[in-house]
Design a binder for this molecule. Structure first.
Ligand SMILES: Nc1ncnc2c1ncn2[C@@H]1O[C@H](COP(=O)(O)OP(=O)(O)OP(=O)(O)O)[C@@H](O)[C@H]1O
Ligand SMILES: [Mg+2]
Length: 247
C-alpha cells in the first residue's frame, strides 16, 4: 500500500460561517493504481487532493504516506506561465529546486517525447490548443518524478473529442510510467475509462459512498465506450451518485 487516508474530516472556518467539507473519509491507494474520485460539485474532491498534497491540513484524521512522499499536481486550469515557452514551463519545478539547466532540459525533452510535443518545445502557451496545454501541464507535473500524480478535473474544460483523445493518451502514459494517479472528475464515463478503482463521494459533507473496482484490461481504447461491460459500470456508478437527491 502506498497511501492511506484515514477518517479525514475537514471543516473550513471563515468569519461568517463554518463549512464542513469532508466527514470521515477513508480509502487506500496501492502503488500503480489509477484511482478516480467522482462526486457532486462542492462535495470536497479538490479538498481531498489538497490534503494529500499537503497544501492544507485536515481537521480530523490522518494520512499515512511514505516519508519522502512527493506529488505532481495537475490543476483544472493549466496554469502555464505565458512568458515561458513549453520547455521552460516543463522545467519550472526543477528550477525551483535548483537543478542544473542542462540536466533539467534533458529530462524535459524525454517527457515532451512522451506527451508527443517534441516539436513544440520553443512554442509559447498562447500558440497551443487547450489539449496541448494540459499535456504540457502533465509533463511539468511528472518532471520531479513524483510517486503520485494528482489530477483535478484536468480535462474538464476541453471539448469531447479532445478529452477522449487525451484520455487515451493518459492511459498510455499511466501504463508506460507505472505511476500512481489520483484523478478527480465529474465525468463518470471518463472515470471508468481511465481507472482500476473509482471512489464515489456523497453530497457535502463528502463521505465515501462506495469504492468500485473496474475490472477491465489495463489498455483502454475508444471501442470500450460502446461495450456492454463499460456501460453497465457507468450506470452502476450513476445510481450511486446523489446528483438529484434533495435533502
Ligand atoms: N478555502 C475555503 N474556505 C471556505 N470554504 C471552502 C474553501 N475551499 C472549499 N470550500 C468549501 O468546501 C466545500 C468543498 O469544496 P471543494 O472545492 O473541495 O469541492 P469539489 O468537490 O472539488 O467541488 P467542484 O466539483 O465544484 O470542484 C465547498 O462547499 C466549498 O465551498
Ligand atoms: Mg474541485
Amino acid at each position: 500500500m502506498l497511501l492511506e487516508v484515514k477518517d479525514i474530516g475537514v471543516t473550513y472556518t471563515s468569519k461568517e460561517k463554518e463549512v464542513k467539507a469532508l466527514d470521515g473519509v477513508s480509502f487506500k491507494v496501492e502503488s500503480g493504481d489509477f484511482f478516480s474520485i467522482v462526486g457532486p460539485s462542492g462535495c470536497g474532491k479538490t479538498t481531498i487532493l489538497k490534503i494529500i498534497a499537503g497544501l492544507i491540513n485536515s481537521t480530523n484524521g490522518e494520512i499515512l504516506k511514505p516519508e519522502d512522499f512527493e506529488v505532481g499536481y495537475v490543476f483544472q486550469e493549466h496554469n502555464l506561465l505565458e512568458w515561458r515557452n513549453v520547455i521552460d514551463n516543463v522545467i519550472l519545478p526543477l528550477e525551483i529546486k535548483g537543478v542544473a539547466k542542462e540536466e533539467s532540459y534533458k529530462k524535459a525533452k524525454k517527457l515532451l517525447k512522451l506527451i508527443d510535443l517534441k516539436e513544440f518545445e520553443n512554442v509559447y502557451p498562447k500558440d497551443l490548443s487547450g489539449g496541448m496545454k494540459q499535456r504540457v501541464a502533465i509533463a511539468r507535473a511528472l518532471i520531479c518524478e513524483p510517486e503520485v500524480l494528482l489530477m483535478d478535473e484536468p480535462f474538464g474544460a476541453l471539448d469531447e473529442p479532445t478529452r477522449l483523445k487525451l484520455n487515451t493518451e493518459l492511459n498510455r502514459i499511466w501504463r508506460k510510467t507505472k505511476k500512481t494517479v489520483i484523478f478527480v472528475t465529474h465525468n463518470v464515463s471518463e472515470a471508468v475509462f481511465l481507472s482500476n478503482k473509482v471512489a464515489i463521494l456523497t453530497k457535502r459533507p463528502g463521505k465515501i459512498k462506495k469504492i468500485l473496482k473496474i475490472d477491465l484490461p489495463e489498455e483502454r481504447n475508444l471501442k470500450l465506450l460502446d461495450s456492454e461491460k463499460f456501460i453497465k459500470l457507468v450506470l452502476k456508478i450513476r445510481k450511486n451518485l446523489e446528483y438529484f437527491k434533495e435533502k
